[in-house]
Design a protein around this ligand. Sequence first.
Ligand code: PLP
Length: 394
Amino acid sequence: MAGEGIARSTSMTFSSQLRIPGPTPLPERVVRSMSRPMVDHRGPEFSAILAEITAGAKRVFKTSSDLLFLTSSGTGGLESAVANLVSPGDEVVVALCGNFGERFAALASAYGADVVRLEFEWGQPVDAEDLALVLEKHPKAKLLLLTHNETSTGLTNPLRELARVGRDAGRVVVVDGVSSISSIEIETDGWGIDVAVSGSQKGWMAPPGLALVSVSERAWEMQSRARAPRYYFDWKEAKTWADKGMTPFTTAVSVAFALQEGIRMLEEEGLAKVYERHARLARATQAGLQALGFKLFARDGFRSNTVTAALPPEGLNVEPFRKLLHDRYGVVIAGGQNKMAGKMVRVGHLGAVGEGDIVQVLWAMEQALEEMDIAPADGRGVAAVTSSLQGVPA
Ligand SMILES: *Cc1c(COP(=O)(O)O)cnc(C)c1O
């Protein structure tokens, strides 16, 4: 086939292009920030870093509430919300439309909550009117769990509306913003969100290891009465120590070095520009995938700026395709989760990702499709990406 020569010449890969929705690529500045001696996690050097990343993260979350750093992946941050806010037997409303919403519901069940599920098909957003009805039917449910960006389906829920519905109904609103905060617009205080959770390995350009959790006054009030067991993730402990410039337990110090640099980079670029870059990369990825015969999974109008999910063209086997991309082109994309395993590709474009990275991933996909005898590599994927980036209507 025509592309064979090109493919052979790239059989040696020099670097890995991480195009999964977390962990995300680390900028060189971030990598360097971690190449330094360890410091005392209860000493003045670490206190200064904690103060800087706390202030910076609050500006990114757009909150004046407390912001806690927990040593865990994003799920630990979500678990902390459940452990601190739920009492066994409590009714909790969970609005879900994908795998991460499922995880949130499972977490609440694990802590003894009586979970009321408001469920939508994968690829569809949570509907605000339906949410209002469910809350009306369940007045005893004081807690509402929402997912902002559903990473499993490449969909961003209309969080501003959903949070307003929750707030208007007097509920404490908890948001999984792990794959959105710092990449997609969110206003924690402005939108009435009581608890928002993110993770260092997503848009923050740092390695996995720290969960970021904001806690409003209303959430603190609920926390003081909640009776689920908690120890490692006790927010009160985290807050008591944070007020002294420390963490209750040994924290992921090196990840904090990285997060400090990542937040500096976000603020140097400017949050508005960061959001706009993610939107531009998402549009280009969508255009490229469609040109290659993939079908975008999430409903139009709700597609995520941080991850694009797509169904493969007829005849394409997703797992060998991903393996070929990895082995020959050094490009790593994600597959589907849970019931979509083996049926979907997901391309992450969050954090330290630029325009050339999107050209590269679509170029590699186009080559791989030819190699797998699905379609000739005639440049249409890359052309679609380029047109999109130049703002040329498709
Ligand atoms: C990545 C992610 C998480 C957290 O996953 P961890 O592997 O625990 O960091 C939670 N929710 C969403 C929406 C995510 O994208």
